[in-house]
Design a protein around this ligand. Sequence first.
Ligand SMILES: [Zn+2]
Ligand SMILES: [Zn+2]
Length: 339
Amino acid sequence: MKAAVMLGTNKPLQLCDMPLPVIADDEVLVETRTSGICGTDLHILEGAAYVPRLPHILGHEPAGVVARTGSAVRNLKPGQRVVPYLFFNCQDCYYCRVGRHQQCLHLDGILGVLCHGGFAEYFKAPARNLFLLPDHVPFDAGGLIADAVVTAVHAVRRAELYSGQNAIVLGAGGVGLSLIQVLVNAGVRVIAIDRVEAKLELARHFGATGTYPFSMEPVASAIRDLADSDGIAAVFDCVGSTPSLAAACRWVRNGGRVVVIGESGQPPAITSTEIAQRELEIIGSRNGARQDFVEAIRLVQYGAVRPPIAARFPLQNVNAALDALRAGPIGRVVVVVRD
Ligand SMILES: [Zn+2]
Ligand SMILES: [Zn+2]
């Protein structure tokens, strides 16, 4: 099969012929239609996050059609449209028992991250990791459920927000724009912050009440006006840099929650005094659990979340797609493997 293959760090992907994945009794072979690209792909390529065994096939926002099922698979049949839950979790450890599957102690892989993903004509996954994609949801938007949308759903759950509260979304990329829609649908008033005005325009389109360019001071006073005396109950940091996390901690009200979604190698710049005296809650959030995934599909199915797509590139132009991501697209960049 044709695949875009990572052969080393900081090298362009190579279009190669790779062997068709061999499926076990409980696995399914999926014919890939599309696969989204996200910042994590760049981190992996740069050697800054995860270390997959090379050669590696990236792509952790794929969607496709069941091509073949293992002999023990009962829940799926060829021809069905599917989207994968990325974490191949064990079902039996503490975290799986309490429904935190992405923290599984015996993880058998993460699709597209630690095992082969969607930048190829086919990918495989355990049958129980594949969920039906509703008929009217296109593959390109549907694939984004696997990361951008489920991450937004899980982060909102982590924040324990209620309708009528105020929240800030810092960073209006693929995850941030999905988050804004989940929050607005839940009756939360959203302020969006980003460096790029075109992203803020889309944030307003998706229901953000206030939008501001990222800079500490003017935003702080504007937030005080907009959020009234109740303040900001939660800030979602989709950037995860030293300045973004410092800003998030500054904007959130005392006793509020800072949900850290974006990842970087940079350390947070906040003192223990500030965390203790202001009773801040700094909460990590990674992708989502299986129930978050089911709810993410539902939100896209009912049109409550429309994952924004900035551009589409055919598989053979995957390196141009990666460049488009580096340039800071307005929404997600998607690789089209088969039309
Ligand atoms: Zn991702
Ligand atoms: Zn487990």
